[in-house]
Design a protein around this ligand. Sequence first.
Ligand SMILES: C[S@@+](CC[C@H](N)C(=O)[O-])C[C@H]1O[C@@H](n2cnc3c(N)ncnc32)[C@H](O)[C@@H]1O
Length: 395
Amino acid sequence: MTTGHPALIDAIVSEITASGAIPFVRFMELALYHPQHGYYMRPPESGAERIGWSGDFYTSSDVHPILGQALAKQAEQIDALLGHPDPFTVVEMGPGKGLLAAHFLSACQSASPSFRRRLSYVLIERSPAMRAAQQQQLRPWLDQPGLVTWVEEMSSLAPTSVVGLIFSNELPDAFPVHRVQVAGGELQELFVDYQNGRFVEFLKPLSLPALSGYFARLGITLPEGYRTEINLHALDWIKQVADSLCRGVVVTIDYGHSAQDLYGMNRSKGTLLCYYSQMASEDPYVRVGLQDMTAHVDFTSLASIGEEAGLSATGFTNQMSFLMGLGVEEMLDRLEPESPQFRAAIHLLKPEGMGRTFKILVQHKGIERPSLDGLKFKPFFGEALARNELQVGKL
Ligand SMILES: C[S@@+](CC[C@H](N)C(=O)[O-])C[C@H]1O[C@@H](n2cnc3c(N)ncnc32)[C@H](O)[C@@H]1O
């Protein structure tokens, strides 16, 4: 039985009634980003939150400020490598509640006066409701003219306008994905229809040639019955990131894998998951518009398409190694051992948890390959992204 936000379900059903069954990617776009009723676009019901311990899921920023502190440290090093440009721009995409930005900006209080004077922090957020939450969170910094600004989308940034750092935490996993399955020896696509009061899915020929080209580019052949996701939006997005960057570094933090791992036999049903009240489910047709939907990121494609667009791959690591490279021990030394803060910080580092699940792709443009502290430890540098004939960077 379909359950969810009634006005959103009506909107999706009207679109299906008017134009016929829709590709899953369109269903996900409407469920998450319908302008009025989508999961991320609606203001949360009073007192409720989407992201956080009392919400549907939490992110690293909810756990402890060390990720924001480490990013601030990394930004200062990038600033020095770029020759202290004025402004030094930090672009954060998909900032959620704005917690990571708050941690970053707080950490900058101990940066040099020159860095603080030149810093321009730009948040890119498509959801008005999320922007309102970010404005609330960042109130302490809003009286400093020009320090914090917002734009709605990446394309609002002029080409090659950014000198500095562009980063995101859990952004591309939140982009709508196409779902595909190999059936009768052909790659087919999942479409969504509405019949007898419920959403139903069925397979049709691919709606876009780019979908079959996706696996051809990776040199991957999927076996009969294999079902997975393709994130074409992530490819467009990384091209836009490349276009907007003049000189600097891109840091993408998210859960995901190299293409070889993501499309391996142990993920033959795909990675699409929905989150509601901290519980994961595989059913996107319940709690429509009330639950988050996400799919793991193909970092090989982000690296290789980024490369074609002018971003060189600097390195690929995980959250644990990134934080260790940026001196997490010193940050931990300042905490009382066994205090709740100490335990929270350790949670971000755990190799069997967030420390390894979260991967970090670093890319650069307009500078020599930088030697960055966040990449000091190299658990699966380079080779993890390069596959067969696909050469990613000169790592
Ligand atoms: C999972 S949340 C990110 C959480 C946050 N970065 C953190 O550290 O807690 C995804 C965020 O990306 C935003 N978003 C999704 N697609 C976007 C797009 N194309 N442009 C800008 N923001 C986007 C969503 O509205 C939401 O704020």
